[in-house]
Design a protein around this ligand. Structure first.
Ligand SMILES: Cc1ncc(COP(=O)(O)O)c(C=O)c1O
Length: 438
């Protein structure tokens, strides 16, 4: 089958400002989030990009339509400087294109694709590379939906998996790769770092080396994909450490207001192109309105993530000093001799604002704490403006068998908090009164 890429950088009418520097001064991503890739004069002067709420686009002539399809479906190469045209919103849409052009700027990626959810980004990307008989190597724990995909759906397509635990300098990835190789063709490596909910780290460099050690496999080495939802796109840039693909639940920090579901995949165009084909055929792209909401959200991404990151330290310090709290898994507290410390120093730009902690007691005490909260919301998800708290053992990770939960370090007394942008003193007061009543 011919590739149906539908790759459109921008229609001429919407090609706007793409300044990367002025008078030799490099423009920062937080500035570019306000204007990059959009020219108001092409939309009646609207300072914000309109929502292009349309399923299809009118061609000026039949010849133009034929040309647009020829490029989108890979029937001919793009000519130098040719801007392929808008066709149909499953293939391309201005809100999604501008969003993709802005998403790449935080981590200097070549290409991005946006999806209807984090799970559709992960599943569409994996299915673009995995073949029957392949073995997937992955870190443990992963987000529950990803675990389910690997354990229950990929085996139906003949794909098996070998996992290795997060934590340390990644010695265990080599063992997992050796085991996978003995079983068959290694189709891809997938890691999540920091891991949800334990904040265990996986060395991206070590996994990249492991993927590159398989260069003599038939068809070449497998790609390394990193789920960067917890720290990206501000606080961790996996591509700089040898990752090939960066995956996101944009539902979290990028969306940032707990009012949308979306996902993304970033990387070099040669790796992103086959995933774009899959997205076009599966129809797993997001819609224009969600794309527009995400463009709004990206304007405040740095403000929100910086505020949450500062608040998280205050909250983590309060919890660490509280007599009813046993331990706080906050990356900023990693001791210099902790196994994850070197990985943290090398690949994380901040401790972020989602972490778990364990209280003295089990589920009963944890539930009493959750039920006593008055400002912090009792809900799953993370990365929103409001602080959220939940109980991983009975909520996000409830489908993980108890012995596996224990192995992963998920205890009955563990709670996960996503710290928002409220005044930090209010969050401390709320936790304090709920802990007192626990
Ligand atoms: C680390 C991680 N990856 C992926 C996902 C899935 O994202 P979505 O809910 O947008 O499909 C989540 C959701 O919680 C997550 O925490």
């Amino acid at each position: 089958m011919r590739p149906r890429t539908g790759h459109v950088t921008m229609d001429k009418r919407h090609r706007g400002y793409r300044h990367k520097s002025i008078a030799g001064h490099q423009i920062h991503p937080e500035t570019q989030m306000l204007s990059y890739g959009y020219d108001p004069q092409l939309s009646e002067g609207s300072v914000k990009i309109p929502i292009f709420q349309t399923s299809t686009f009118v061609f000026k002539t039949a010849e133009e339509g034929k040309e647009f399809f020829a490029v989108a479906y890979g029937l001919r190469e793009k000519r130098p400087h040719e801007e392929p045209g808008l066709i149909y919103s499953r293939i391309n849409n201005p809100d999604l294109q501008v969003l993709e052009e802005r998403l790449v700027l935080w981590e200097q990626a070549e290409s991005a694709l946006v999806f209807s959810s984090g799970m559709s980004a992960i599943s569409t990307s994996l299915l673009a590379f995995l073949r029957p008989g392949d073995v997937l190597v992955h870190s443990d724990p992963l987000y529950g939906g990803t675990e389910y995909l690997i354990a229950n759906i990929l085996p139906r397509f003949g794909v098996s998996a070998v996992s290795f635990p997060a934590g340390g300098e990644g010695r265990t990835v080599d063992q997992a790769v050796t085991e996978a190789r003995a079983r068959g063709h290694v189709g891809a490596l997938l890691i999540e770092t920091p891991a949800n909910p334990t904040n265990g780290l996986v060395s991206i460099d070590a996994c990249s080396r492991a993927a590159r050690s398989l260069a003599d496999q038939p068809g070449g080495r497998p790609l390394l994909a990193v789920d960067n939802t917890f720290l990206g796109p501000l606080w961790q840039h996996p591509l700089e450490h040898g990752a090939d693909l960066v995956l996101y639940s944009l539902t979290k920090y990028a969306g940032g207001h707990s009012d949308l579901i979306a996902g993304a995949c970033l990387g070099a165009e040669e790796h992103v192109a086959p995933i774009r084909t899959m997205r076009t055929i599966f129809g797993t792209m997001t819609d224009p309105h969600t794309g527009w909401l995400l463009l709004r959200s990206l304007e405040t991404l740095k403000l929100r993530m910086t505020c949450s990151m500062k608040n998280a330290r205050t909250v983590a310090e309060f919890l660490a000093d509280h007599p009813k709290v046993r331990t706080v898994h906050y990356l900023g507290f990693l001791a210099a001799d902790a196994p994850d410390h070197a990985v943290y120093q090398r690949q994380c730009k901040s401790a972020g604002s989602t972490f778990s902690f364990e209280i003295h007691g089990g589920e009963e005490e944890a539930f009493r704490l959750l039920n006593g909260l008055q400002i912090i919301r009792l809900a799953v998800s993370l990365g929103g403006t409001e602080s959220l708290m939940q109980h991983p053992a009975s909520m996000t990770h409830s489908d993980v068998p108890p012995d596996t939960q224990r192995r992963m370090g998920i205890t009955p007394g563990m709670l996960r908090i996503s710290v928002g942008v409220e005044h930090p003193a209010d969050l401390v007061a709320d936790l304090g009164q709920a802990l007192d009543r626990m």
